[in-house]
Ligand binder design. Structure first.
Ligand SMILES: [Zn+2]
Length: 214
């Protein structure tokens, strides 16, 4: 009986650790990162000292710096500049086809796709490019697609206090297409709705039709 209670408690979302960023002082040095790549190369069976691979650790570490530069950016800051003169506009603001280039936290393998972001403003709006920037910053961190979808929705909800937010992400996971089950062209769809997008089915349907998914 206790075991069942404990098991339930383990999957309670409120008990999950929150996403966090390591302080710069606690991160390994670049030298240590280069050494780690050399170790992985040797572990595969190749010789990290052969000519073609000598410069590979540097390239890999530089690429990681780019793929994961979301840890040094602040998505909340992107939404801090708002325009309050919306002149009565109270309908959907939507961005379609935002490129998503991210990495899953289970395999550190890329997942690539598109994000669709919509909100219904109450009394303030943000520059449209800022919404795409929020997607980009969270994408350049390790998480699951589910978490990514939720992080984007939560950040917009908290900082713009809109009437509602709708997010859809459609992505292909290379950990699924190039390894394991090797299922090609399977895309994963995740959605997150808040406020009026959750309560108003017609509005939710409109969002999905704008995404061309319904
Ligand atoms: Zn994965």
């Amino acid at each position: 009986m206790d075991a069942i209670v404990n098991k339930r408690k383990l999957v309670d979302a409120r008990d999950l650790p929150q996403p966090r960023t390591l302080p710069v002082a606690d991160r390994p040095s670049r030298e240590q990162a280069l050494e780690a790549v050399r170790t992985l190369i040797a572990w595969t069976g190749d010789n990290p000292d052969r000519e073609g691979l000598l410069d590979t650790p540097r390239r890999v570490v530089d690429a990681y710096g780019e793929w994961f530069d979301g840890y040094d950016a602040d998505p909340e800051k992107e939404l801090s500049r708002v325009f309050e003169d919306v002149q009565g506009y109270d309908d959907v603001v939507m961005l379609r086809d935002i490129e998503v280039e991210s990495h899953c936290e289970h395999h550190m393998a890329p997942f690539l796709g598109k994000a669709y972001v919509a909100y219904v403003p109450t009394n303030k709006v943000v520059g449209i490019s800022k919404l795409a920037r929020v997607v980009e910053i969270f994408s350049r961190r390790l998480q699951t697609q589910e978490t990514l979808t939720q992080q984007i929705a939560n950040t917009i909800t908290e900082h713009l206090k809109p009437a509602g937010v709708a997010i859809l992400i459609d992505a292909e996971h290379q950990c699924m297409t190039t390894r394991g089950v090797h299922h090609r062209h399977v895309s994963t769809l995740t959605t997150q709705f808040t406020g009026v997008f959750k309560t108003d089915q017609a509005l939710q349907d409109r969002f999905l039709s704008f995404c061309n998914r319904k």
